[in-house]
Design a protein around this ligand. Structure first.
Ligand code: FAD
Length: 432
């Protein structure tokens, strides 16, 4: 039995680790994980990488090393299609930055396939966005944003000698968790750049504009949370524009539907979620309007028992037009159930049904505060608004839970200690 998992993110890597430990190590099945990158970085950390509060090189995990320790095989490759009849997937050639072909086009047979490729941003075909704005979809994009940020700060610090009113303008489209969390991280980065020598740049020289089409920030959370987030960001100095739809992007500017031009040295698009278009072209796979693969309660696809989909790329309807939200906690819960179902299937036992449990949502405003809602353990339908230290601890614990799923309690605890040591011996901001 060969089980192939494509996508080693929040869901896929936890699943590969579980199946590798449970089946691969004992020779009960061959577990193969395929990812387009060689290292894994938990996606909710991307805004911290973009601002420099986190060094991707330090926090990334090597798939190959992890696979060797957990009974599965890692293969580098970019999944491009499935032949359901032959039970085989196609992988596009892998080339490096210089165009050197590392691996040719290949195919990989499977007995069971799990698609866990996550999602990307949805620019809703807004003209100019793909050309002029950046996205935060993976570690490379976050690092590119960070390098540009460092260079802009160095340049501004120099220019302020002769032009004291000069500013650095950063415009972010999308007032969801990514846009909001990155805005706060940018003010924290400004503070830390000053500590490390770029002293002329104050908060007055940093213009962060957050453009949100809807009437409030973080619309997935309760209204009072949105208001608290808006108030905190405004205090930091961010310019929040609600009910502001972006009609097009130009070089160094977003143009709104009302015709206003928002000039920016750096432009980031962080609105909307969409699964890559090639998924909708796979024959015999049903998808929804954002290309998520439709799955049954067992998390098998609606049309093929041999194919599961989990995480952001899976479309699981909760009823009344509501879908399981594209979040790390959903990917984690789906990975757990898919893992148990694959094992049960091999044992000839009936498969379990997925029950989504919303444990709440939190947004972290860098070192300043965290705000959100906790749910689930407080009785039916009850929720608790949290803020400050408690909210921050719960927010951090999400990542710790991911580390525990990958490494177990002991190694995850060592990683906490390693983080504390790094906090002492390394600069608090990535400065290059
Ligand atoms: C900046 C940011 C902040 C976030 N903050 C939060 C938060 O605070 N809380 C929360 O719950 N959620 C948060 N999210 C959402 C969360 O990150 C996702 O819901 C979660 O990562 C989805 O897990 P996944 O396994 O489905 O996909 P991912 O974690 O995105 O992993 C997908 C994997 O598939 C690989 N892949 C993609 N395409 C291919 C291909 N064609 N071939 C091979 N491999 C491929 C990728 O390299 C990646 O490793 C945030 C997202 C972002 C971008």
């Amino acid at each position: 039995m060969k089980i192939v998992i494509v996508g080693g993110g929040a869901g896929g890597l936890e699943l590969a680790t579980y199946l590798g430990n449970k089946l691969g190590r004992k020779g009960r099945a061959e577990i193969v994980l395929i990812d387009q990158n060689q290292t894994h970085l938990w996606k909710p950390l991307l805004h911290e990488v973009a601002a420099g509060s986190l060094d991707a090189e330090v926090d990334s995990l090597s798939y190959r090393a992890h696979a060797a320790a957990h009974g599965f095989v890692f293969k580098l490759g970019r999944f491009s299609s499935v032949d359901r009849e032959k039970r085989c997937i196609s992988l596009a050639p892998v080339t490096d930055a210089d165009g050197f072909e590392v691996l040719p086009q290949r195919s990989e047979p499977y007995d069971q396939l799990v698609i866990a490729i996550g999602s990307g941003c949805n620019d809703f075909n807004t003209p100019g966005v793909a050309q002029f704005a950046q996205f935060l979809e993976g570690p490379q994009q976050a690092e590119r944003f960070h390098k540009q940020l460092v260079n802009h700060f160095i340049q501004l610090n120099r220019k302020l000698i002769d032009e004291p009113t000069r500013t650095l303008s950063i415009a972010i489209v999308g007032g969801g968790a990514t846009g909001v969390e990155l805005s706060a991280e940018l003010f924290n980065a400004r503070h830390l750049f000053a500590l490390y020598g770029l002293k002329r740049v104050t908060n007055e020289h940093l213009r962060v504009t957050l453009l949100e089409a809807g009437p409030r920030l973080v619309p997935a959370l309760a209204e009072q949370v949105s208001e608290a987030v808006r108030s905190e960001l405004t205090k930091l100095g961010a310019d929040i524009r609600l009910n502001t739809q972006v009609a097009r992007a130009e070089k160094n500017a977003f143009v709104t539907a009302s015709g206003e031009t928002v000039k920016a040295d750096m432009m980031l698009w962080a609105a909307g979620v969409k699964v890559p278009d090639f998924i909708a072209d796979i024959e015999g796979i049903e998808t929804n309007r954002i290309n998520q693969i439709l799955v049954r309660p067992t998390l098998q696809t609606t049309t093929d028992d041999a194919i599961y989909a989990i995480g952001d790329c899976a479309g699981y309807e909760l009823g009344e037009g509501r879908w399981v939200p594209p979040r790390a906690q959903s990917a984690h819960q789906m990975a757990s159930l898919a893992g148990r179902n694959i094992v049960r299937g091999l044992q000839g036992k009936p498969l379990k049904e997925f029950k989504y449990r919303d444990h709440g949502s939190l947004v972290s405003l860098s070192q300043y505060t965290a705000i959100g809602v906790l749910m689930g353990n407080l009785g039916k339908g009850q929720s608790l608004n949290v803020r400050g230290w408690l909210a921050r601890m719960v927010y951090i614990s999400l990542y710790r839970m991911h580390q525990i799923a990958l490494h177990g309690w002991f190694k995850a605890s060592l990683l906490v200690v390693a983080d504390k040591i790094n906090h002492i011996v390394k600069p608090r901001l990535k400065l290059h």
